[in-house]
Design a protein around this ligand. Sequence first.
Ligand SMILES: [Zn+2]
Ligand SMILES: [Zn+2]
Length: 296
Amino acid sequence: MADASEFSVTLLGTGCPNVSPRRYGAGQLVRCGDLTILVDIGAGVTHRLVEAGSNGAEIDALLITHIHSDHLVDLYQFIISSWHQSRDRPQVIYGPPGIKRFVNAQMDAWKEERQLRIEFEKRTSTAGFELEIHEFHASGVLIDRDGAKVSAVRVDHDPIEYAFGFVFEANGKKLVLSGDTRPCDALIDVSQGADVLVHEVFQHGRSREPSGTRTAQSIEQVESYHTLSTDVGDIARKANVGALILTHLVPPDADPAALIEDARQGFSGFIAVGEDLMHIDVARRRVAWRQATVGF
Ligand SMILES: [Zn+2]
Ligand SMILES: [Zn+2]
């Protein structure tokens, strides 16, 4: 069980679908009140979770922002490794409409393989393979217990119909995770006065030169449903947040200094470009990565 005074988020993956050894797929580990929550399960997040000192056995709930593969592709890996990590209670999953069908299809695809493992390994529990799936389709409170409140906020990632960010509140502190979104007023509203806003970002002015199968139009299309680095500072300023942390970098090799320069146009407060395994202590207002720790 978590330390009830702890309130933190660890960035498990700060990348996007474009593979990067430095930036794994989307995932964040949140410790809030007595709850330990995983948000999204992109490529490699199961590995990063262990690197962060946790594992699938201790996760109280998995929250999914939206059904895009870079936020979900490690799902079965997470479920099977949780079982190997001696999980002895059902997985609790919250996600947008369609998540139930998606998760059940994944479980179905691996059904025979799983059955063989269960019969062969003779472990004392298979409860980790039981699923408690909650679908939600609108903004609102999802969890309110053990000193923590978790709410969903519907964001704008059209043509994905249901995309959400999440708000965590405990001990008078607030953390907001944007999920994938273009600039969104609903997100600014719920982020008012947040201690920390973790927001996705798309680097502005990245070369429009077509390369490989990517046309100038495809770059424009992708840019249009994310938030530009030149707009993300305005969002932090309007929401009056204590710290802005950038994640879901598109492209994953975006220059951090350039991202900060762009975001700085709109926001004079604390800005950090997220890195995999960066730990943000919301309660104590500190950011730590590798050997460095800074306060905000
Ligand atoms: Zn994404
Ligand atoms: Zn997306």
